[in-house]
Design a protein around this ligand. Structure first.
Ligand code: COI
Length: 354
């Protein structure tokens, strides 16, 4: 069967959903029945297919495996109480995807493949969207260079794909974070603002070392002085200091422009906070903590949503928080969830109907 836009659809004979439940499933472990695949060859996108989820057959020389010309996105779909399916701000992820593509010298993916392909794929697999609190369907669009050539150069061919994974919460308990001063996630001129696969691979050693010390993740600092705060693990980070909500500014190109970050800034303003994107150092944070005005610290991300941070450690200075007393992050999360699960009207135009 061929649909509009020449997206070919081949359906599974029997859904895997018959054999599983969507309750309390771990993040990123199960995949829906179908996936989208498209090829960029000879300067154009072709072979756009929705088909049963299946392994890829790749040449060992596939360029992405060697040089990491690979990018991805994370988006979520939700169901409201009437069972209608919506995607949260997918246009913003589409825009960011092509910014990442440009930085990694990859072709742009046309909107009709990314957006309409994603809509059709989710429509086909919409029974996989859990309708429980803190559950959603995680959408993973990605692109990688596919030339079977091991010369270091931008590939001539690329694969764009979308896979879907029903999921429960990513970080379910408040986190302990170690302020990183040895390793660096991103430097000006680098790829920190892009959702490049290598950013995540390169973060794993620092995270593993923090875990050995009993921490869940690191708070990245700048490459030169290790004082300016960047991101926490795979999340943007917010600090409630006095009556201000502060998040590190994007101006150095070292921080991912999070869609949840932007949503959080909007909602925090609606909650009456003065929201500031600023260069903030670990010393500023410690001063605020010593003055008793560092009230809350939390991370934002598609996978993580709003994650409370109950401890921050910098060298021997430990900041601990009684998250049970917090008002702001829980209210922010509740307001965001109300929009996502359709409990309140979507006044921002964030929910994209399937
Ligand atoms: C997301 O929040 O979607 C991310 O990309 C984080 C992740 C790598 C799980």
């Amino acid at each position: 069967m061929t649909a509009a836009l020449d997206i070919t659809v081949t359906k599974v004979e029997r859904s895997k959903l018959n054999e599983m439940t969507l309750e309390n499933i771990p993040f990123g472990k199960y995949y829906t029945d179908h996936m989208l695949e498209a090829d960029f060859e000879n300067g154009e996108w072709k072979n756009v297919e929705i088909k049963p989820y299946q392994p890829l057959l790749l040449e060992p020389s596939t360029a992405a495996i060697h040089y990491g010309q690979a990018i991805f996105e994370g988006i979520k779909a939700y169901k409201n109480a009437d069972g209608e399916a919506f995607i949260f701000r997918p246009q913003d992820n589409y825009r960011r995807f092509n910014i990442s593509a440009q930085r990694m010298q990859m072709p742009e993916v046309p909107e009709e493949i990314f957006m309409e392909g994603m809509r059709m794929l989710i429509d086909l697999d919409k029974n996989w969207i859990p309708n429980m609190q803190d559950h959603s369907l995680y959408i993973r669009p990605f692109m990688f260079s596919s030339d079977p050539v091991i010369g270091v150069k931008p590939s001539d061919s690329y694969k764009f794909m979308i896979i879907l994974s029903p999921t429960g919460p990513y970080y379910s308990v408040p986190m302990r974070i170690y302020v990183e001063e040895k390793y660096t996630r991103a430097a000006p001129g680098g790829v920190g603002y892009a959702k490049a696969a290598g950013n995540y691979g390169a973060s794993m050693l620092a995270t593993a070392e923090a875990k050995k010390l009993g921490y869940d993740q690191v708070l990245w600092t700048d490459a030169f002085e290790h004082r300016y705060l960047q991101e926490a693990g795979t999340m943007n980070v917010f600090f409630i200091i006095g009556n201000k909500a502060i998040t590190p500014s994007l101006e150095d190109g070292t921080i991912l422009e999070g869609v949840t970050r932007d949503s959080a800034m909007t909602i925090l303003k609606e909650m009456g906070f003065e929201v500031s994107e600023a260069k903030i150092t670990i010393d500023d944070l410690i001063d605020a903590h010593k003055a008793g005005i560092l009230y809350e610290v939390f991370g934002t991300g598609t996978a993580a949503t709003i994650s409370l941070i109950k401890e921050l450690r910098y060298k021997d200075y430990v900041m601990q928080f009684d998250v049970d007393q917090w008002r702001t992050a829980p209210e922010l999360k509740a307001r965001l969830n109300d929009i996502r699960y359709g409990a309140v009207p979507d006044t921002h135009g964030w929910m994209y109907k399937i």
